[in-house]
Design a binder for this molecule. Structure first.
Ligand SMILES: *[C@@H]1O[C@H](CO)[C@@H](O)[C@H](O)[C@H]1NC(C)=O
Ligand SMILES: *[C@@H]1O[C@H](CO)[C@@H](O)[C@H](O)[C@H]1NC(C)=O
Ligand SMILES: *[C@@H]1O[C@H](CO)[C@@H](O)[C@H](O)[C@H]1NC(C)=O
Ligand SMILES: *[C@@H]1O[C@H](CO)[C@@H](O)[C@H](O)[C@H]1NC(C)=O
Length: 362
């Protein structure tokens, strides 16, 4: 393995001269394009500049681009996997697999108990921050803003350990086709779920009722809601949920202006969500379960004993929608569509990169 590593370094030097010219040419072309298509490229250029490296936030590049395994998930050190669970994205399947069907660092699960003990062999501190290990300790379906921006994960784990400690965080999440996700959320709410106890903490405090009114009477709930009513509530949190839950909401003044979306606010949120997604060490795509499993297993060097694609099949029937309802749903989730298309492309790149690496290693 070492030899292959050295060869590839020498190989790099050999082609550097030729590639430098190509690179400069591309940069030149890119800078012209940049003036015309300002926004999509800005994100990429910034990545080139500083790589967005936070000390304790391990992104995909950190893990994969090193030949040695020093930055791979290390079960015996201070590494922690954190899962950002966006509703109706196959998150529950993934969480179940992490605690129950993963061989390399098994959690101790007891019959009839929802939560498992995912302690390390040496210290008994958890290596997994998720619903079936720590539980919803940062709030029900806590989002990126609550977990990371408000440092909730760090605070909770420090509290459990009894002292402050530096940890290496490996963030993970799952995304899904936004129209399907939205419909799935609608059906879930129709069956009686509301997630009303989510706190939506931002800048250190929960969102106020004024900023975030509910679409229904909290004493009654929203069971049996019709699709028409569901999509016509202007502050329905189902709209663009994936973008909102992955972006740093401090950047847009939290929930204060959520009721009055603006072009600027949308732009900041989508850019932030893309950036945070890119920083994650893993994200799965519900429509590509086999590849998601491959990506996870090869990034963390952990193996599942079953196939997620077989387990995660949706059981309920499809809701029949008219063309105009579909178009409307697509439109009210347009940030999520932009994020999803970006995510699928990034996902495909990472999966093929991992496949190449695997071939080289063999
Ligand atoms: C994992 O962490 C432990 C403790 O910090 C260290 O001794 C060990 O060398 C690390 N393993 C790898 C593969 O980096
Ligand atoms: C590890 O923690 C769990 C739950 O917090 C506890 O039940 C168990 O006894 C602990 N094990 C050891 C070896 O300390
Ligand atoms: C979130 O945005 C705030 C406000 O700009 C900034 O101070 C903070 O560093 C950001 N946090 C993360 C994790 O991106
Ligand atoms: C789904 O559709 C099938 C066939 O139309 C029907 O038999 C079944 O009861 C439906 N299930 C639900 C949960 O609506």
């Amino acid at each position: 393995m070492k030899k292959i590593g050295m060869c590839s370094i020498r190989g790099w030097k050999g082609v550097l001269g030729k590639n430098l010219f190509v690179f400069v040419a591309i940069l030149f072309a890119a800078s012209i394009v940049y003036f015309y298509i300002d926004f999509p490229l800005k994100v990429n250029m910034r990545t080139l500049e500083d790589g967005f490296h936070d000390d304790d936030f391990y992104n995909y590049e950190d893990i994969v681009q090193r030949e040695d395994t020093a930055l791979r998930f290390n079960k015996t050190s201070n590494d922690v996997i954190v899962f950002v669970h966006i509703q109706k994205t196959a998150g529950t399947t993934f969480e179940k697999f992490l605690v129950r069907y993963q061989q390399n660092l098994p959690c101790k699960c007891q019959a009839h108990k929802k939560r498992c003990n995912c302690g390390r062999r040496s210290s008994n501190e958890t290596w997994l921050f998720s619903r079936y290990s720590t539980g919803w300790v940062c709030g029900l379906h806590a989002d990126f803003t609550e977990l990371v921006v408000n440092s909730c994960v760090q605070k909770v784990l420090d509290k459990q350990a009894g002292h402050k400690k530096k940890r290496n965080y490996f963030y993970t999440t799952f995304l899904r086709n936004p129209t399907d996700r939205f419909i799935s959320e609608f059906r879930h709410v129709q069956r009686g779920a509301t997630w009303i106890s989510s706190k939506h903490v931002c800048n250190g405090k929960p969102a106020s009722v004024n900023d975030l009114p509910t679409c229904f009477d909290p004493r009654i709930g929203w069971e049996g809601v019709s699709l028409e009513e569901f999509i016509s509530c202007p502050y329905n949190l189902a709209f663009n949920r994936q973008t909102r839950m992955l972006s740093n909401l401090s950047l847009v003044g939290c929930y204060e202006h959520m009721r009055k979306p603006s072009y600027e606010q949308d732009k900041i949120m989508i850019e932030s969500a893309k950036e945070n997604l890119r920083k994650m060490s893993f994200f799965g795509i519900k429509e590509q379960m086999d590849d998601s499993q491959f990506y996870f297993e090869n990034t963390f060097d952990m193996q599942f004993t079953r196939k997620m694609s077989v387990w995660g099949k949706s059981k309920s029937n499809d809701t029949v929608l008219s063309e105009s309802q579909l178009a409307y749903i697509r439109n009210v989730n347009k940030l999520d569509w932009e994020l999803y298309e970006y995510a699928v492309q990034l996902f495909d790149e990472r999966v093929s990169q991992l496949r190449r690496k695997r071939r080289i290693r063999r």
